[in-house]
Design a protein around this ligand. Structure first.
Ligand SMILES: C[S@@+](CC[C@H](N)C(=O)[O-])C[C@H]1O[C@@H](n2cnc3c(N)ncnc32)[C@H](O)[C@@H]1O
Length: 263
């Protein structure tokens, strides 16, 4: 808890990311990853395996971009740095541990950017969703773009904020949050679909809350009704083992991976 507070106070992050809760989320993710290290290991390895398959099959080896690089837990950074001339890691927040890891590779750089298109809307700087991918994704030299366990995360803060404020998309209706979440998910996929580079997509798609008898107590669609194609690989991620969020309930996410995603 104290360590989290120290990170919150000392991590360099833009004001918007601080104010909108992205920095807090990253620190929280880091703490949970530490507590759940063993439960998360198979998911992280499966994610890296899909990304490694994409790297191995990639023909253009100049630039690779990782969207949602975050703590670099599921990103095979060494493989990327060894395979590409330039690697660009994009996230709303880069914590110190990630910055340290990046410094070890002279051809890896961090780019801080909003990938939902909603941050400017949330701060009142825009009236609708803005473009979502940094220009490097569309550069001719870019051979690989990886969306790294990001898609389901993109709508979380914007939808929460919309639901709390009943703003800025007009009068609030119960379905407005879901529709907004869906637009953000669809927007990311549409932006990826427009790229010339190979796209590797790894994302969780739904969450199940299970009791100690294995009974499903809750189910939550993380992609707001957006359906993906049949994945190359699929697995489960025990996001919160028993005792992490509730004594007698654990949270399990279904995850899909595509080393060469095309809509
Ligand atoms: C589940 S984590 C992905 C894990 C990450 N690939 C890793 O290995 O640690 C989701 C990431 O998405 C990032 N994220 C969430 N919303 C974002 C946004 N609007 N723009 C950019 N990054 C965002 C978070 O900061 C977080 O690092």
């Amino acid at each position: 808890m104290l360590l989290d507070l120290l990170h919150l106070l000392t991590t360099p992050a833009p004001q918007a990311q601080r104010r909108l809760g992205y920095l807090r989320d990253s620190i929280w993710l880091m703490s949970r990853a530490r507590r759940c290290r063993r439960a998360w290991a198979p998911h992280l390895e499966a994610s890296r395996a899909v990304m490694r398959a994409a790297i191995a099959a990639c023909e253009r080896r100049d630039t690779a971009v990782v969207l949602g690089s975050g703590l670099l837990l599921d990103v095979p950074l060494e493989d990327l740095a060894a395979s590409f001339r330039r690697v660009v890691l994009v996230d709303a927040v880069h914590l110190r541990s990630a910055r340290r890891a990046i410094r070890a590779f002279p051809n890896v750089e961090a780019l801080t950017a909003d990938l939902s298109g909603a941050m400017a809307l949330m701060t009142g700087a825009a009236h609708d969703l803005a473009p979502r991918l940094p220009p490097v994704c569309a550069e001719p030299a870019t051979g690989l773009v990886i969306s790294a366990n990001l898609l389901s995360q993109l709508p979380i803060r914007p939808v929460e904020r919309l639901e709390a404020s009943r703003h800025p998309l007009g009068a609030w209706e119960p379905s407005a949050g879901d529709a907004f979440g869906r637009r953000i998910v669809e927007g990311h996929l549409k932006a990826l679909a427009g790229l010339k580079a190979r796209v590797c997509l790894v994302t969780d798609i739904d969450e199940v809350g299970e009791d100690r008898q294995g009974q499903v107590r809750a189910r939550h669609d993380l992609l707001y009704g957006v359906r993906l194609e049949t994945p190359e690989r699929a697995w489960t991620w025990e996001l919160a083992p028993f005792g992490e969020t509730a004594r007698n309930r654990r949270l399990i996410h279904r995850v899909v991976g595509f080393s060469d995603w095309r809509p």
